[in-house]
Design a protein around this ligand. Structure first.
Ligand code: CP
Length: 306
């Protein structure tokens, strides 16, 4: 593995290797992550051209725990604002001896463009590109599901909300199907969950009751207002009325179903506060597992080099 750009096409053995490696970075109480010298002397550049709280911070923590030097480019104050192109920015940062670029960009494909132009020893990790992919979120979601549910082969997983514009949904779907999950459902209104998503090997449901009935895992997604035109955008109230996850509706899932959300959460829209903060929610453990998963990804792609 040289770059991590998508979970699509990642073989099952590599997915499992990443999850197993992440497990080694999680201690017995599931919270503390050990510091190791795997990336000592390496430089990790965090390039977030789009806002982030969880991904950016956990990449920084993960790189620090691998003993790398971490640099966070402040894009708003960078020469990007003066019109410097993406590839010129990358060329100049490469001249500062970068080893790993962690890239988030609103344009789908931006990390691929960068990966085509960096030197062979430089690695690119996609931290979310447009509506296309968010592979480390997909991986931490798989880690979380495996942690709470064990095997993927008997699970029903429902992904509820704005699937059309969600890079998380796509990364989750590719990983879940590769890992052998037999029942993946995408659930929401027709404008946000079009029927052609069935091409991804999932069941399309336009009723929340049908979509989450007896499932083991419910993944709620935010309305990606920033990626929608007005015609598609349902009002928050409309969405909540039909697809908002409330304590009453969660009873349609299995009693021991876990509730996940990649964040940021819009409380009272796609999910009620009492569900986010409730006994079935694993939203915050997802964030914690993200550190170990990102350590694993960076360690695997760059950890065995001189
Ligand atoms: N899940 C996620 O990508 O969150 P951030 O946008 O805060 O990084």
């Amino acid at each position: 593995l040289i770059h991590l750009l998508s979970t699509e096409g990642l073989p099952r053995d590599i997915l499992l290797h990443i999850l197993d490696t992440a497990q080694q970075f999680v201690s017995v109480n599931d919270r503390e992550v050990k510091k190791v010298p795997l990336l000592r002397g390496k430089s990790v550049f965090n390039l977030f051209f789009e806002n982030s709280t969880r991904t950016r911070t956990t990449f920084e923590i993960a790189a620090t725990r691998l003993s790398a030097d971490v640099f966070n480019l402040d894009i708003a104050r960078s020469s990007t604002a003066k019109g410097e192109t993406l590839l010129d920015t990358i060329a100049n940062l490469s001249a500062m001896a970068a080893d790993i670029f962690v890239v988030r960009h609103s344009e789908s494909g931006a990390p691929y463009l960068i990966a085509q132009h960096v030197a062979p020893h430089v690695h690119v990790i996609n931290a979310g590109d447009g509506r296309h992919a968010h592979p480390t979120q997909g991986l931490l979601d798989m880690y979380t599901i495996r942690h709470y549910k064990g095997d993927f082969r008997n699970l029903s997983v429902a992904i509820v909300g704005d699937v059309l514009h969600s890079r998380v949904a796509r990364s989750d779907i590719h990983a879940l199907t590769t890992l052998g999950c037999p029942d993946v459902r995408v659930v929401g209104p027709r404008t946000l969950v079009p029927s052609d998503l069935a091409q991804l090997g999932v069941r399309v449901c336009h009723s929340l009751q049908e979509g989450i009935r007896d499932c083991d895992v419910v993944i709620a997604l935010r309305l990606q207002n920033e990626r929608m035109s007005g015609a598609l955008l349902p009002s928050s109230q409309e969405f909540h009325q039909s697809f908002g996850l409330t304590p009453q509706r969660l009873r349609w899932a299995k009693p021991d179903a876990i509730v996940m959300h990649p964040g940021p959460v819009n409380r009272g829209v796609e999910i009620d506060s009492s569900v986010v903060d409730g006994a079935q929610s694993v939203v915050l453990p997802q964030v914690t597992f993200g550190i170990a998963v990102r350590m694993a990804v960076m360690g695997i792609i760059a950890g065995n080099e001189a």
